[in-house]
Design a protein around this ligand. Sequence first.
Ligand code: PLP
Length: 475
Amino acid sequence: MGNEEKQSLLRKLPQVDELLRAEVGSELQREYPRRIVVEAIQKVLDDIRKKILSSSSLPSEEILEAPYLSERIREQTRTLNRRNLRPLINATGVILHTNLGRALLAEEAWEDLSIIATSYCNLEFDLAQGVRGNRYSHVEELLCRLTGAESAVVVNNNAGAVLLTLNTLARGKEVVVSRGELVEIGGSFRIPEVMRGSGALLVEVGTTNKTHLKDYQKVISEKTGLLLKVHRSNFQMIGFTSEVGLPELVELGREKGIPVMEDLGSGCLIELSPFGLPGEPTVSEVVKSGVEVVSFSGDKLLGGPQAGIILGRKETLERIKANPIHRALRIDKLTLTALESTLRLYLDQETVLRKIPALRLLTTPLDAVHQRAKRLLRRLKKKFSSHFEIEVVDTLSQVGGGTLPQANIPSKALALKPIGFSVEELDRRLRGADLPVIGRLNEDRLLLDIRTVQDTELKSVEKTLESTLYQTTKK
Ligand SMILES: *Cc1c(COP(=O)(O)O)cnc(C)c1O
C-alpha cells in the first residue's frame, strides 16, 4: 500500500476534541472523569494510527467509523477507570496465598474496621484517666490471655518482628542458628540477610540435615547474644535428619544465661491435628516451653491482618518496646482494630473455626467442598457445555503462606477443557476479566479448586466464564 493512501486515511481520523463533543464523549463524561475519557480517546486514536502505519495492506475504513470508534473508546475508558487493586476469585486452592492477599478477614473484623476507620477513636487515649494512652494496650492483654505470655508487642509484619528483636537483643553480638533453618520465605525474607540488617552476626551451626545440641554448645561464648530457632515453614526435611527441639535449646540457654528466640512463622493459636492436619506446636505451647521471645505473622494461620506479633518475658519486651526501630515499624489503627477483633474471636472456641475464614477454609470437610463443586458443575454444564468439557476431579489444596508445606488437604476441583481455544488462552482471559478468576493449569485443563471459592462467589465464577466466551466470539 502506498504511503499516500496511508496519509489520506490518517487525515480522516477525527480529533480528540471532536470525539469528546460527540455522543460517545459526552455520554462517557457523565459517568467517568474527563481526564480518563481524554486518555482513552488518545489511546484509541494512537492505536489506530499505529495500525495504519504498520500494516502492509490498507485497513478497512470501518476503523474510522463511529460505531467502531465508540466501542473501542468505551472499552478503553472502562479499562483505564478500573481500580488497580481489586478483588478476585482465588480458585488455586492455596488458602494463605501470599500473592493473592493471604488471610481473609472475618466479617466481625471488617465491621469493626469500617467503624474505626470513619470515626475518631481512643487509639492513644486512656479514657479512664483522660491522659495519653498506649496504642498496643488494645491487644496486649488479649494476646497474653490467649497465649499465656507475660507481655506482647505488635509491629508491621513478622519480618519486622524478627528484625526488631535481633536488633534489640543481639546487635553487635552473635546469633546462633542451625544450618537446617536458614530459610528464605516468599517475598525475600532470608534469615542471613535479616540478620545482617539487624546488626547481629550470624553463627551457623550443624549441617543442612543434622544439628545436635553439642553443635550449639561448641560455639557459645561471651560474644553470643541469642540462640535462634527458625520454623522451617515452607519446606520439610525427610530422611537422615535431626534437629534440637525447642525445650532442649531453652534448657541450654538457661544453663549459659543466653536468651532463646523462636521465629514461629505462622503461629497457630489452636490445635489443628484433630482436623487431620500435621501437628504443629501452638503458640501457647511455644510460650510454655520457656522461650524468651517468640514471633509470628498476623495474616497467616492466625487469620488476621498483616502484622508481626512478638510475645515473651516482660523485661525483654520492655527493651524491645524502647527500641526506636519499634516506632518505625508501628501498626496503624486499622491493623490494630482488625487484629483486636480477630483475637476476640478466639475467646469463643466453639465458633472460632467458623468465623475466621482461614480456619474455616482449612477445616471445611471434603464432602461440603464436593457438594459446592457439584452445584457449580450443574450451573456451568447448563450454560457452557458447548464451550467446555467440564468435570469434578479430586485435587489437593495447600495452606500456603509458607505454612504446613506437608499438609495436602483433600479437595475437589472443576476441571475445564475449552473447546476451540487453548487452555492458556482461557487462563489469560479469566485473569483479564473484571472479576478475575485464578485457577491452576494442569496440562490441557484449568483446575478451579473449590475449597478456596466461597458459596457467595459461585455466581461470579459463572459470570466471569461467560465474559471469556464473549471475548472468544469477538475475536
Ligand atoms: C512468613 C514467615 C516470616 C515472614 O513473615 P511476614 O509476616 O510475611 O513478614 C518470617 N519467618 C518465618 C519462619 C515465616 O514463616
